[in-house]
Design a protein. Structure first.
Length: 128
């Protein structure tokens, strides 16, 4: 069973842990992500970087459906807005990630949330 400490990480250090988990989420390595999340105290809603995105934003942006579902099941907020006001649904829509969009909607993603430019996920999709 993989644990964050196996990577030399403190399980209470979200900032460091997120950079270990991010490439796994981008590659949709849901089994590894699942093991690491089940054996740690990592906050699935932790927002990182200068744009303050969560791992759910990363999964939606990359089309990592299995990781996206895993994060949602672990309690990730589908309506969390990054610094530009974008939700994971905005990013999935903008990148044509239809499966991610569908899963986010199943978990109550709000289609009416506007980003800082006043665009909903649907209108943001049309500007790309």
């Amino acid at each position: 069973m993989l644990k964050l400490k196996d990577y030399g990480l403190n399980e209470n250090d979200n900032e460091t842990a997120v950079y270990t988990l991010m490439p796994m989420v981008m590659a949709d390595q849901h089994r590894s992500v699942s093991e690491l999340l089940s054996n740690s105290k990592f906050d699935v809603n932790y927002a990182f970087g200068r744009v303050k995105r969560s791992l759910l934003h990363i999964a939606a942006n990359c089309g990592s459906v299995e990781c996206l579902v895993l994060l949602l099941k672990k309690g990730a907020n589908p309506n969390y807005q990054d610094i530009s006001g974008c939700t994971p649904l905005h990013l999935a829509a903008r990148n044509g990630q239809k499966k991610c969009m569908s899963k986010l909607l199943e978990y109550s993603a709000d289609v009416n949330i506007c980003n800082n430019e006043g665009l909903t996920a649907v209108s943001a999709k049309n500007f790309i």
